[in-house]
Ligand binder design. Structure first.
Ligand code: 6CS
Length: 318
């Protein structure tokens, strides 16, 4: 019987392409014995529904963004903290690969909820889009910001003075078009492929955070497999780390020019200077204390450890 993996994106987008290549690797390495079917976003419900299906073992694998597990695994809100990881995506991916805080301590918190993360990976730096320009924190005053379901993402935008609302991306195009929300954050490939630029007049190159997602497996399913099969999965996950990175890098580059060249739907692109980014950083850093207080001792420990690892691995000047 075929195994299944569900992703939060549609055909052609990063998670889907990743899952397809992961499925091919499993199939090759097992000489055709293992078959994994890829389900695109929308086939099995919302992003949050997909999390539940993985937990219940209805599907074996899922690509899940921590932004959709915010109430389930509060410690996973760590990825909502802006300006925490280095801007350099390659360095950040290395941290995601090697961090013990994430791959051991945070992973344990997920396993308690029947979600086993096999890898954490970046889909690229996130940018802001808006119906009005965003260049200073004041521009967020009264701004209806769409976010994922994570309390700390909402808190991060409240810290800027915005008025955030959580919503599935399935509703987002219409929400932006009708003005239910004024703006959103995403990597460039996603902004363009989901056509948000059609209904947004402004894009700010803010690089305020990276988009982190996780390849996950249902722990009962995984633990029930023989060792040889587990090794095939582990090796494939390992090989997909570089592939996933390359897929997002290519798409983020390619889609920037698609937004720039779309004369039917012009989008004003504004790149923040380092000084301008500092104004946002100043308001974002205290949200780390909010995280420490809000998610409790274990979460605070994970953040302390991660901050140390980041300083070490990025050769921090701080
Ligand atoms: O903004 C979102 O919710 C969506 N963004 C990405 C990059 N992937 C899936 C996710 O649901």
């Amino acid at each position: 019987q075929d195994w299944r993996i569900v992703v939060e994106e549609t055909q052609g987008q990063v998670q889907y392409e990743y899952a397809q290549e992961f499925a091919n690797l499993l199939n090759e390495k097992s000489d055709g014995a293992l078959t994994l079917d890829v389900y695109e976003f929308g086939a099995l419900g919302s992003e949050v529904d997909q999390v539940e299906q993985l937990q219940q073992g209805i599907i074996e694998f899922a690509v899940i963004s921590p932004g959709f597990t915010g109430t389930l695994v509060p410690e996973g809100n760590i990825f909502a903290l802006q300006f925490l990881f280095p801007d350099d995506q390659e360095v950040s991916q290395e941290i995601l690969n090697d961090s013990e805080a994430l791959n051991v301590d945070l992973a344990e918190k997920y396993v308690e909820q029947s979600i086993m993360p096999l890898s954490f990976w970046t889909e690229g730096a996130m940018q802001w889009t808006g119906s009005t320009p965003i260049q200073t924190p004041e521009d967020f005053e009264g701004f209806q910001m769409r976010t994922q379901e994570s309390p700390l993402i909402l808190e991060s935008y409240r810290a800027y003075g915005a008025d955030p609302t959580a919503m599935s991306w399935g509703e987002l195009y219409t929400g932006l078009q009708q003005g239910t929300v004024d703006g959103q954050e995403n990597p460039i490939f996603f902004i363009a492929d989901a056509n948000f630029n059609e209904v947004q007049d402004h894009m700010t190159i803010s690089n305020h955070n990276m988009y982190v997602t996780m390849t996950t497996v249902n722990p009962d399913f995984y633990n029930g497999l023989d060792e040889a099969t587990q090794s095939i999965i582990d090796e494939s996950i390992e090989e997909m780390k570089q592939r996933g990175f390359d897929i997002q890098a290519e798409q983020n580059e390619e889609f920037l020019s698609i937004i720039e060249d779309d004369t039917d739907n012009p989008t004003e692109i504004y790149e923040l200077s380092e000084d301008e980014r500092d104004a946002f950083r100043e308001l974002a850093v205290p949200v780390r204390d909010f995280f420490r207080d809000d998610v409790g001792e274990d979460g605070a420990m994970i953040l302390d450890k991660l901050e140390e690892e980041i300083a070490e691995m990025s050769g921090d000047e701080a």
